[in-house]
Design a protein around this ligand. Structure first.
Ligand code: NDP
Length: 344
C-alpha cells in the first residue's frame, strides 16, 4: 500500500487511459489529483470511476488545465510526489495542420516536466506511444522494442505519430539537459483496448465497435499490437515507483500483433450472435482506399496496409515484472463492455 500522504497528478482524467490510471492509483492508496480541460466534466470522470467500482473516490480532486495554455498547471503540480502525464491530443481525424497536435503534445509535456522539476516532484511518467517507436523507418526492423525510435522525418508518419515521437524525444532531452533531480520514465502503449466505462472512449476502441456493428464489409488488411487498458495503467504505476524504471522507456504490448481478421474471427467465436456482423474475410485494399476517401480516420491507417510488426515486451515483463493479459482477452473485454453500454 502506498504512503497515504503521497499525491499523484494524473493529467487527462477524462481519457480512457487516464481514468484507469486514477482508478489504480486510488486502489493503491494514493491521493490523486487530475487535470481536466473543464471542471464541468468532473462528474463524467466520477461516473466512469463508479462504473468501474473504484474505491477511495473521496481521495480524488480536480484541477482545470489545458495543454495549450499555462493556466492552472503550476497549482495542479504543486505538492505532488509523482506525475503521470497521460493527456495528449488524440483526435479521430487528421488536423488541419500537424502543429495543431505537435505543439500541444510537445509544449504540454515540457511544461509539465519544467513545473514538476521546480516543484520537487520525484518522478514523471509520460504516456508516449508505439507511435514513438514504430514508424518512419526505411529499413526493415526485425523486432520493435524500446531501443527503436520513430523517425518523424521518414516516410509515412501522420501528424499524431509525429506529435508522440517529438514529445517523447523532447522529454528525454529536457531531462538530460535541465531535469535536475527529476526522474523520468515513459510508457509506450500499442493499440489500447479493454473495458470502456461509458460512451466517452478512445479512438482505438472504434476498431472493435466497427467490427461489431458491421461498418466494414470485410476485415481491413491491417494488424495492430494490442494491450489492455488495465495493464497499461498497471505499467504506469510500476514505472512510477520501481527504482529500475528511472530513465527507461517501456513498450506496453501483449504480443503477438493481431490482424483485424483475427480480431473479427475471435469476436465471432467467443460472442456468437452478438458478433454476427463481424467480417469473415479480408477487405481488398482497393476498397479500404475508397472508404478512406470519405473517412479520414481510415485514411490514417493506409500506410500500414499488409504490414505485420513483431513487438517485444521483454523489458516491461523482465525488469518490472509486468504481466499483461492476452491480446484476445483485451479485445473481448472491449466488445463485452460496448455491448453492455449499448454502444455498438
Ligand atoms: P483519450 O482520447 O481517451 O484521452 C486523451 C486525453 O487527453 C483526454 O483526457 C483529453 O481530454 C486529453 N487532452 C487532449 N488534448 C488536450 C489538451 N489540449 N489539453 C488537455 N488535455 C487534453 O485517449 P487515450 O486515453 O487512449 O490516450 C491517452 C494517452 O495515451 C495519449 O497520450 C495517447 O497518445 C496515448 N496512447 C493511446 C493509445 C491508444 O490506443 N488509445 C496508444 C498509445 C498511446 P478531453 O477529454 O478534454 O479531450
Amino acid at each position: 500500500m502506498a504512503d497515504k500522504g503521497e499525491l499523484v497528478l494524473v493529467t487527462g482524467g477524462t481519457g480512457f487511459i487516464g481514468v484507469y490510471c486514477i482508478f489504480q492509483c486510488l486502489a493503491a492508496g494514493y491521493r490523486v489529483r487530475t487535470t481536466i480541460r473543464s471542471l464541468k466534466r468532473e462528474n463524467d470522470v466520477k461516473k466512469m470511476l463508479e462504473e468501474g467500482e473504484a474505491t477511495n473516490i473521496d481521495r480524488l480532486s480536480f484541477a482545470e488545465a489545458d495543454l495549450s495554455k499555462d493556466d492552472g498547471w503550476k497549482e495542479a503540480i504543486e505538492g505532488c510526489t509523482y506525475v503521470l502525464h497521460v493527456a495528449s491530443p488524440f483526435p479521430p481525424a487528421p488536423p488541419k495542420h500537424e502543429d495543431d497536435l505537435i505543439i500541444p503534445a510537445r509544449e504540454g509535456t515540457l511544461r509539465v516536466l519544467r513545473l514538476a522539476r521546480d516543484a520537487g516532484v520525484k518522478r514523471v511518467v509520460v504516456t508516449s506511444s508505439f507511435a514513438a517507436i514504430g514508424y518512419g523507418h526505411t529499413k526493415k526492423i526485425e523486432v520493435y522494442d524500446e531501443k527503436t525510435w520513430t523517425n518523424p522525418d521518414g516516410p509515412g508518419p501522420s501528424a499524431y505519430i509525429k506529435s508522440k515521437a517529438i514529445a517523447e524525444r523532447a522529454a528525454w532531452d529536457f531531462i538530460e539537459k535541465e531535469g535536475g533531480a527529476l526522474e523520468l520514465s515513459t510508457v509506450l502503449p500499442v493499440g489500447v483496448f479493454g473495458p470502456v466505462l461509458g460512451p466517452d472512449f478512445s479512438i482505438s476502441i472504434q476498431i472493435v465497435q466497427r467490427l461489431l456493428n458491421g461498418s466494414f464489409p470485410g476485415a481491413p488488411n491491417l494488424s495492430f499490437g494490442v494491450v489492455d487498458v488495465r495493464d497499461v495503467a498497471d505499467l504506469h504505476l510500476r514505472a512510477m515507483t520501481d527504482p529500475k524504471a528511472k530513465g527507461e522507456r517501456f513498450l506496453a504490448v501483449s504480443p503477438p500483433a493481431m490482424t483485424i481478421l483475427e480480431m473479427s474471427l475471435a469476436l465471432r467465436e467467443r460472442l456468437g450472435k452478438a458478433a454476427k456482423k463481424a467480417p469473415t474475410r479480408i477487405l481488398p485494399n482497393i476498397v479500404l482506399r475508397l472508404i478512406a476517401v470519405f473517412d479520414k480516420a481510415v485514411s490514417l491507417v493506409l500506410p500500414e496496409l499488409g504490414e505485420i510488426k513483431v513487438m517485444s515486451n521483454d523489458k516491461a515483463t523482465g525488469v518490472l515484472g509486468w504481466q499483461p493479459r492476452s491480446n484476445v482477452d483485451a479485445i473481448m473485454a472491449t466488445a463485452e463492455s460496448l455491448i453492455k453500454y449499448d454502444l455498438v
